[in-house]
Ligand binder design. Structure first.
Ligand code: BGC
Length: 892
């Protein structure tokens, strides 16, 4: 104790080492923040009658811990703030949990509930309180819808998008109003001429004939006393896929003309409620949006604009009546997730005029999203905007790396191309509503000369607008750029479900999804997207347990591409969400699905070995045995199932699946492990890394196998020789087993083949293939090889979740002070707050600073060096457990 130099005296280590965080705060700064409901801040339109509530203790006092909590919920914010008028008060729970499932009185639909939480620190009689947060329930029950599903009832082949409108009058003062809108396809909603909200491409893509999402908006401010009008513009999205491309979405069983259902629920000052709803009395017409495809582009003829169509007083006498139709599925549920938005505005970096009618704009970086052009010209001038990731030598946009799955039947639907026909009424702006693309360059061609400058075109980076949850900084600029490119790619592939690429396919490839789950969760608070995607998985699963390789799918993918190496998403993603958030709901929701899936493989492959799968996709040189990699994923899913069974107290399942995992492991090692040589399979990098990473190596053999892997990498010239499954495993297989220097060297190599090779050649996103001149699989915005973005946190920063205390309740901190790197900092915003691992080397001394958030602990694992913690010598051989606070270690 005497060696410590702070006024706080805390026992910080279970080992008996006693020390203190290096800073101290004079005053009590007890705070409770970060209140979330269903992992969202103050959400409106929640359908869950047992919503999850969570908070963070942001108490900077060293060693701060929550000893007990209590929460209040009610419909009156003041009553909740004072605790005097509440609908539900939980009892005081002696617990440090920060995430609870509401178990109080039954919640009502259409209701705003305010809530706050009180926390006690150990030994304190008086709690500290959070501020008041809220959530608002939505319809909660299908029977609460009042509107009818309506469409314009035209043929699915008709290209023009339908506009819908209804005028109505309100005569009493309005207290509040909500719009609840569900659509089969995409919608834009407007009230009195103003667009509602800033979401893009709503509602998110689901298996439309099994589940549809509805979105809730607070529209109080948009309504007025007297005459009002509501307008709905419908797009096709994946619902009415008119373009022809891979995976047969144009033949989807759900395909029909887009439709929607709307309840505009108005509560008056006097407490009465009126619902303006979709149904008879609405009018519909075609308009300027003459073609829209989520896959290819949008065509807009401004000459056909319907000025004032969504405002009161518009003459809709020539518009047609609408037709009621059946709901697209029996499940219309709340879209409780971060929406897609135009997140970042990007100015063109340059423009080059190619000839009198065409220009190429360069954004300077590859993105997913849309361009926006402002131009003036004569009525009928046709402006085409062709988007691509690269240029031909002659400066024109080259789409040949991304158009391979585009199968046009005529020339009316050009790929990644918008067509804007000018009205001739001065300066006009166009941005597509129901499409996005992957691109860096836009080639603009006009049918007659127009004037364009660099400012005429800009772009928006679009993606699911998930909060940032992590950052990496290091003294190696290449490492920093690889991390940034990985994030650009991850976000470019997040559109309410994770995709493979934003241009060629835009599909929810399962393998790409689970390979990048850690990259996603270290860097972004993306849980809501994964919860939705796992619901899509449950909707797509066959009764026999089989899942398709792309999700959502319209039916393709149950017969090929869907082995355990891809569709183990069903187990891996809920498990990682559990590890990162400490929230077992998703795992519980998917439990039966994982079980059906594992049972199916067991029935079909009773030996425990399976060669079902695609294998190590896009390898550099050597292709690993498909049976080796697929069996490893089968094992991983079975093990997760056994662990989930234990967690949920399903003892019989636990025994069954533990035994099955053991059997798979044994069969795997019997066939692939050569005990004499310590090699797996033919000894190539993926075959050596995968067993290490997924825990298949027999006890006591890890060091030998890892040494052989390292030898193999060195024999391969210190360079990668892996494909998709190998990239997931190799860096961790090395860094977890004593070869972090080598892992770092691989990760930051700048020669072919490597991530760095792309970067030094100008990449701002990750590529699908290693050589820059590859002939196939050459998208330039592919998340496939993106696991490296998560590895930086764990493999160098050493921030890892602890399976025994998930959600970073206890953090494993195991930094690797790798050779050749001078300084590194990883920070991750976990459920308890910011976790920081920051180190630098100065004159032979490594100093490492860590931050452990309140109400959590960390287990420190350090290399066997002479270590001091805040000046005091630490026995590196002993595990060290630290409580919340900031600490500085020094090592020689
Ligand atoms: C996709 C990949 C995917 C692969 C599997 C490709 O077309 O873009 O990312 O995982 O197919 O077959």
């Amino acid at each position: 104790m005497t060696a410590c130099f702070s006024k706080y005296a805390l026992v910080i280590a279970l080992t008996g080492i006693t020390c203190l965080p290096f800073y101290s705060l004079a005053a009590n700064s007890d705070k409770v923040t970060g209140l979330q409901c269903e992992h969202l801040v103050n959400p409106i339109g929640i359908d869950n009658d047992h919503p999850r509530l969570s908070w963070q203790m942001t108490n900077e006092k060293p060693g701060a811990q929550q000893a007990a909590y209590r929460y209040f919920l009610g419909t009156d914010s003041l009553g909740v703030a004072t605790g005097k008028s509440v609908f539900w008060a939980s009892s005081k729970a002696i617990s440090s949990v920060h995430l609870v499932t509401y178990q109080g009185k039954r919640l009502s639909p259409f209701t705003r509930y305010y809530w706050r939480v009180e926390l006690w620190e150990p030994g304190s009689a008086v709690p500290v309180s959070s501020g008041v947060a809220y959530f608002e329930t939505g319809l909660m029950d299908q029977r609460n819808w009042q509107g009818a599903w309506i469409s314009d009832n035209r043929d699915v082949q008709i290209k023009a998008a339908p506009y819908f409108r209804k005028g109505f009058a309100l005569s009493k003062p309005i207290r509040s109003a909500r719009a609840y809108i569900a659509a089969a396809g995409l919608y834009e909603l407007s009230i009195n001429g103003q667009r509602v909200g800033n979401h893009r491409l709503d509602p998110m893509f689901t298996r439309y004939d099994r589940c549809n999402l509805y979105v809730t908006y607070d529209v109080t401010a948009l309504l007025q006393n007297g005459d009002n009008a509501v307008g709905v513009l419908l797009g096709n999205g994946w619902y009415n896929h008119q373009s022809t491309a891979v995976w047969y979405f144009h033949q989807a069983p759900w395909r029909a003309r887009p439709a929607f259902c709307l309840d505009l629920r108005i509560t008056y000052d006097d407490g009465t409620v009126e619902t303006v709803r979709s149904g008879k009395g609405w009018k519909t017409s075609a308009g300027p949006l003459v073609f829209n495809s989520i896959y290819t582009g949008e065509h807009y003829d401004a000459r056909l604009e319907l000025a004032g169509w969504d405002k009161p007083g518009f003459d809709d006498s020539k518009w047609k009546g609408t037709m009621n139709r059946a709901a697209p599925s029996p499940h219309i549920v709340a879209q409780a997730l971060q929406p897609v938005r135009n997140v970042e505005a990007i100015a063109a970096r340059s423009v080059t005029q190619l000839d009198s009618l065409s220009w190429v704009f360069d954004l300077g970086r590859n993105i997913s999203g849309v361009s926006r052009i402002t131009v003036s010209g004569a009525a009928g001038t046709v402006v085409r905007l062709k988007h691509g990731e690269r240029l031909y030598q002659n400066g024109h946009v080259d789409q040949s790396n991304i158009d391979v799955h585009y199968r046009p039947t005529d020339d009316k639907d050009p790929f990644q191309t918008d067509i804007f026909i000018l009205s001739g009424k001065g300066e006009e702006t166009f941005m597509p509503r129901f499409n996005y693309k992957g691109f860096q360059y836009v080639e603009v061609t006009a049918s007659v000369p127009v004037t364009l400058t660099q400012q005429s075109l800009s772009a928006s980076f679009m993606h699911s607008d998930v909060p940032v949850a992590g950052s990496i900084r290091s003294s190696n600029p290449l490492l920093n750029k690889i991390w940034e490119a990985t994030n650009n790619t991850y976000l470019s592939n997040l559109f309410g479900y994770p995709t493979d690429c934003p241009q060629r396919e835009k599909n929810g490839w399962t393998g790409d999804g689970h390979i990048n789950i850690e990259t996603g969760l270290y860097n972004y608070d993306a849980v809501t997207i994964y919860e939705k995607w796992m619901a899509d998985h449950r909707d797509e699963q066959q009764p026999n347990g089989v899942l398709p390789c792309i999700i959502p799918t319209s039916g393709w993918g149950y017969e090929s591409g869907n082995g355990p190496d891809w569709t183990s998403t069903i187990a891996i993603i809920p498990w990682q969400v559990y590890l990162f958030y400490g929230d077992s709901k998703l795992l519980a929701d998917c439990y039966d699905n994982i079980k059906r899936y594992v049972d199916y493989i067991n029935e079909k492959y009773p030996s425990g070995l399976t060669s079902w799968g695609l294998g190590d996709w896009v390898p550099i040189k050597s292709k690993a045995s498909v049976e080796l990699t697929s069996t490893a994923y089968y094992y991983a899913s079975t093990l997760i199932l056994a662990k989930a069974a234990k967690l949920f107290g399903k003892a019989a399942d636990q025994t069954t699946y533990k035994a099955l995992a053991g059997k798979i492991k044994q069969a795997f090692n019997a066939k692939y492990f050569n005990a004499a040589s310590g090699l797996y399979g033919t000894g190539i990098q993926t075959e050596m890394s995968v067993p290490l990473y997924w825990g298949l190596v027999p006890a006591g053999q890890q060091a030998r196998v890892a040494a052989n892997l390292a030898k193999r990498v060195m024999a391969d010239g210190n360079q990668l020789d892996v494909g998709l499954l190998g990239t997931k495993a190799i860096l961790s297989a090395l860094s977890d087993n004593g070869y972090s220097d080598l892992a770092y060297r691989l990760a930051t190599r700048d020669q072919y083949p490597s991530w760095g090779w792309w970067i030094v050649n100008g990449a701002t996103t990750l590529y699908e293939n290693w050589p820059l001149d590859a002939k196939a699989d050459i998208s330039m915005n592919h998340i496939m090889f993106g696991d490296i973005g998560g590895w930086f946190y764990k493999g160098i920063g050493g921030i890892k979740p602890d399976e025994q205390q998930p959600g970073f309740k206890n953090i494993i901190l195991e930094p690797q002070f790798v050779e050749g790197l001078e300084a590194f900092e990883a920070s991750h915003q976990g459920p308890y707050g910011a976790i920081v691992s920051s180190w630098k080397k100065t004159g032979g001394i490594i100093s490492w600073e860590v931050t452990i958030p309140a109400n959590s602990t960390a287990t420190i694992r350090l290399p066997n060096k002479k270590i001091t913690l805040q000046g005091r010598v630490v026995d590196a051989g002993k595990p060290l457990v630290l409580r919340a606070g900031s600490y500085r270690f020094e090592m020689q």
